[in-house]
Write a protein that binds this ligand. Structure first.
Ligand code: ADP
Length: 216
């Protein structure tokens, strides 16, 4: 769960006082606002937890100079793909284009990942790849998916530890709707193998956006 704070009027006043007078004790802030120290305690706790203010024992509160944008960026960068990804929908490399179309409808997804034995990533198929091949009048029941997929090493991937900001940036730059979430391992021959562990789509990112927007 991610929280982006919206400051109340009183909290904004506290920040202003600390900005101009910090380091300043809680007592003095309370005095300036004509409130008791106890009344301010929850506000000061929120402001320090959110990283707007810092508190040092026997010194007081001081403004740490972070803008709300910096705080939002820090929070976003802490959200990792592992916490928001979906289950990967895959087809085997020997599947036909027809199988891929059926899987896309049944699973209600816009991209499929093509794997070989052991869940190793070989390719990606998008809606447009299927439309393109359908226009050619070929026999979709015979054509293997390998002919139309985008294949490794040209696939943009992400990992469970990557931040959503980095992964979203990859989607924008490469103009794709989905990234396979992979675990990369090196075998005894020194070859890298990417095993699929999840699926990241623009919908996953949009969900985070909605959650953050509703969290007030
Ligand atoms: P759409 O078909 O709806 O435009 P995409 O924008 O995701 O969907 O796909 C555009 C092209 O990019 C397709 O040819 C697809 O195979 C390829 N593609 C999709 N995802 C990736 C990815 N993660 N890495 C590399 N290529 C991809």
């Amino acid at each position: 769960m991610v929280t982006i704070i919206e400051l109340t009027k009183r909290q904004e006043l506290i920040v202003q006082i600390v900005k101009e007078n910090g380091p300043i004790t809680g007592e003095l802030i309370a005095e300036r606002l004509n409130l008791t120290r106890a009344t301010l305690r929850p506000d000061l706790a929120i402001l320090t937890m959110a990283g707007v203010l810092d508190a040092r024992p026997r010194v007081g509160y001081f403004y740490n100079g972070k803008s709300t944008n910096t705080i939002i960026a820090e929070k976003l960068n802490k959200i990792t793909i592992g916490s928001i990804m979906s289950v990967p929908i895959v087809v085997r490399d020997e599947s036909t284009v027809y199988d891929a179309v059926v899987t896309m409808f049944i699973e209600d997804v816009g991209s499929l990942f093509v794997v070989k034995e052991g869940g190793i990533l070989e390719g990606v198929i998008s809606r447009k790849d299927l439309l393109k091949i359908a226009m050619g009048g070929i026999d979709v029941q015979k054509m293997p998916v390998g002919v139309i997929m985008t294949r490794m090493p040209n696939i943009v991937t992400t990992t469970t530890e990557e931040s959503i900001v980095k992964a979203a940036e990859k989607m924008i730059l490469r103009e794709v709707d989905a990234l396979p979430v992979v675990k990369v391992e090196t075998n005894e021959k020194g070859e890298e193998k990417a095993t699929i562990v999840g699926r990241l789509t623009k919908t996953n990112i949009t969900r985070v956006f909605v959650e953050l927007g509703k969290d007030r």
